[in-house]
Design a protein around this ligand. Structure first.
Ligand code: G1P
Length: 297
């Protein structure tokens, strides 16, 4: 029987080295996109996809994430006394978005190991995995797109998007047989291949629907690229045992753990913001006077 997907693991223990020195004392997942931390967008995506319980795998220096999703009586009291009811409502909502539990990954042993740290909270049901610094802005929540495929095919599904050949070495790369529009039955998966080794340009983009049989594979998984226990390697083994699918997620993806990715996301979300969008657009145009491409004056 196909079971619905109610839980998600968020691996959040990474050091954010691509964004130093900003991430020396603050988690990369707490960087703001306009007025919300990046990880809140990912939690909202999960909730919009039917997820009710989130298992956050954190580590040292990540306490700000817990505080953000906790109740802040002091702040609520201040807002109430000042009569800022709209803001109060918004702040309150954050603490009730989902049931969140936290556990720590004590050593940086890789994404596969981080997912394994969530095992005791999952039990015998399918679950989602979402990387907390990847934002996908699409017509339908990214995890919801994968849940749809999971419910149809009753097997693990990995979210992918095509990337230029020169970027394949930054990602896990999937390849296989196309069995529907944007849907592939995976034959192989390689973590961070060189462009020569890459079996395709379908990059794994930090969204997965997995089944609990991945845990026993992860337990046995030897370190791979970078000396880390790679989720991609375990998924390749799983694909040898049962059908595993890749689905091309619709939506614009921003890797906010990367400086340029973060800047792009900030501009995009700034432009879309109902309060700020119009003035922000004017400001951006004023930076390029007379440029026909940007429509500047
Ligand atoms: C991880 C995964 C990789 C995936 C990527 C997406 O790599 O191991 O397969 O393509 O996330 O961002 P990381 O970026 O953590 O090195």
């Amino acid at each position: 029987m196909t079971r619905s997907v109610n839980k998600a693991i968020f691996p959040l223990a990474g050091h954010g080295t691509r964004f130093l020195p900003m991430t020396k004392a603050s988690p990369k997942e707490m960087l703001p996109l306009v007025d919300k931390p990046v990880v809140q967008y990912v939690v909202e995506e999960a909730v919009a996809s039917g997820i009710q319980e989130i298992i956050m795998i954190t580590g040292r220096g990540k306490r700000a994430i817990e505080d953000h999703f906790d109740i802040s009586y002091e702040l609520e009291d201040v807002l109430e006394k000042k009569g800022k009811y709209e803001l109060l409502e918004e702040i309150r909502k954050i603490s009730y978005l989902a049931e969140i539990v936290y556990t720590r990954q004590k050593e940086s042993l890789g994404l596969g190991h981080a997912v394994l740290c969530g095992r005791q909270f999952i039990g015998d049901e399918p679950f989602a995995v979402a990387l907390g610094d990847e934002i996908i802005d699409g017509p339908e929540a990214a995890l919801a797109q994968l849940v749809g495929v999971y419910l149809r095919l009753n097997g693990p599904v990995i979210g992918v998007q095509r990337v230029p050949p020169e970027e394949v070495s930054h990602y896990g790369i999937a390849a296989g047989k196309e069995i529907g529009e944007g849907l592939i039955e995976i034959e192989t998966l390689v973590e961070k291949p060189t462009p020569e080794e890459a079996p395709s340009n379908l990059a794994v983009i930090g969204r997965y629907i997995l089944t609990p049989d991945i845990f026993s594979i992860l337990e046995q998984q030897k370190p791979g690229v970078g000396g880390e226990i790679q989720l991609t390697d375990a998924l390749r083994t799983l694909a040898g045992q049962r059908p595993v699918y890749a689905y091309e997620i619709r939506g614009a993806r921003y890797d906010t753990g990367d400086k340029l990715g973060f800047l792009k996301a900030t501009v995009q979300f700034g432009l879309k913001n109902p309060e700020l969008g119009e003035s922000f657009r004017k400001f951006l145009r004023s930076l390029f006077p007379g440029d026909p491409e940007t429509g500047g004056r």
